[in-house]
Write a protein that binds this ligand. Sequence first.
Ligand code: PEP
Ligand code: MG
Length: 604
Amino acid sequence: MPGAPVQKKNISKKGKKGGELVVTGLAASPGLVIGRAFAIKYGLPKVPVRILRPEAVRGEIERFHAALARTRTQCEELRDSLKIKLKDKTHRIFDAHLMMIDDSLLIDQTLSLIREQFMGAEQAFSVTVDKIAKVVGSHGNDQYLRERVDDIWDVQRRVLSNLMGFDPDYRINLKEPAILIAHDLTPSQTAQLDRTLILGAATDVGGSTSHTAILSRSLEIPAVVGLENITELVVTGDEIIVDGYNGTVTIRPEQDKVKVFYDRARGYRQIEDQLAELQALPAKTIDGMLVELSANIEFPEEVDSVISHGARGVGLFRTEFLYLTRNDLPSEEEQYEAYAKVVSCLKPEPVIIRTLDAGADKFAVQLQSAPDANPFLGNRAIRICLKRKDIFRTQLRALLRATVHGNLKILLPFISTIEELKKSIAFIRKVRRELEREGALIAPRTEIGSMIEVPSAALMIEDFLPYVDFISIGTNDLIQYLLAVDRGNEKVAHLYQPFNPAVIRLIDSVIKAARKANKWVGVCGEMAGSPYSALLLVGMGVVELSASPASVPGVKKIIRSVSYKEARALAEKVLTFNSTARIKNFLTQQVEEIDREIIELYKE
Ligand code: PEP
Ligand code: MG
């Protein structure tokens, strides 16, 4: 359970090969599901960044030619088999791909990057393809050329897969509902999953606050990640149970386990039904303190789920998913429609829309030709936007135009210096003036806030506050950057500790500074979605919590079961502890005393 006291459990297996096996990983998205497995053995390639030694250049060129040859053979085979299967002209797609593979510009430019700049073949090929796609794609709205750009991406994927030894032909192509088993799923793959066919998911890698995990919570797909070798243990067709509450997967369950599964599923449904009764009630403590409880979303379509789970508005709209599910950039008009839809549906409740936070694990092919060597420390979010003002401007125009439809606030991600903050705000003002000159309709004033998710921003909070209307603490990144623990890496998941005293004390100092300056302070990281940490954060003085829609009822329940006075006392006590274990034990014991029922849903 994200944000719960204990995050990582040891892998435990029992049973013989072919018989029942229980494996434990990290609970990434709640829910209990049984079904047949659909196992994907390979992931999409991430481009490695390598500098070659001069003596390795020749070998690299040979490797590149071999990958091209393999790609050529695959395309010819696919074309010929399609010609037999489909009597139409579909097979001609592969003729176009074959022409591209033999394109002298593509080959020569890649080779010169390998030879002259000592780039690895994968990166050299990616950079070249990217350049060509940009030129082809710049020819306006021509449908034919747009399709050619899609072909270019297809060829790129295939050549890269061949260079890196992946199967380029895997497709998540389900005919009937199944549980997805994969080594890894990127956020963009997850975003494209068909919710009606994917019953659940289990992966070898990943942490519970990775964007893939966050996304499966949004899509309400029960998921367990960080299972290390689930792809070796399961084959397509195996019956499995995914328990997204406890983080376990039961492979080929015996009959008694299946019976237990149905009993537990019934129990959870009852608890969820009880939680659903809270939908229309406010998140108010026993002594009348009202907490703004809102939801995090990634897609405009989630508005219904925000309402049905009883959230007050949107505390974080992660707009990058508008970019990740496609190969080109979303236009101003497309973005305007998406933002306006959410804002007007939830009016008069607030909708906090975060500007593009691409980069890190959310690699967007239109923005970067190849992932950075250290993507979480590289070109990400506001760093990209301040360099690519054209992209930032388009998004800001769409956002500002959408302000007339309701209560829209703009949130800036990944701010790490005061200069970034000032530059971003100045640029927003500039875009506003530009729109005003054009006579566009915009709300007279739009609140601008900063994410506090980089330790440098947390430490400089007093200096940041005069420039913003509000702040939102992004605990997912704050924890990873403060503790130097990759949030997506299951191998270090035990060190990713929301209850580490350093994390708690830093968050506390940010909240105190914001309250002193009379500035609104919310939390939109996963800590806001766990009853344990939500209780602590309320006690520490946050005025807003924003979590995935499905987490909202549980958080509301704990808030409604406690007095603000009790929560404050609890937070004061926690701040005196200097060990993660003490904080976790204390909070577990407190939540148990306050609300035993909630423990059923969130127990270890
Ligand atoms: C965070 O870092 O806590 C956050 C909310 O942003 P994201 O998870 O999208 O990085
Ligand atoms: Mg973040």
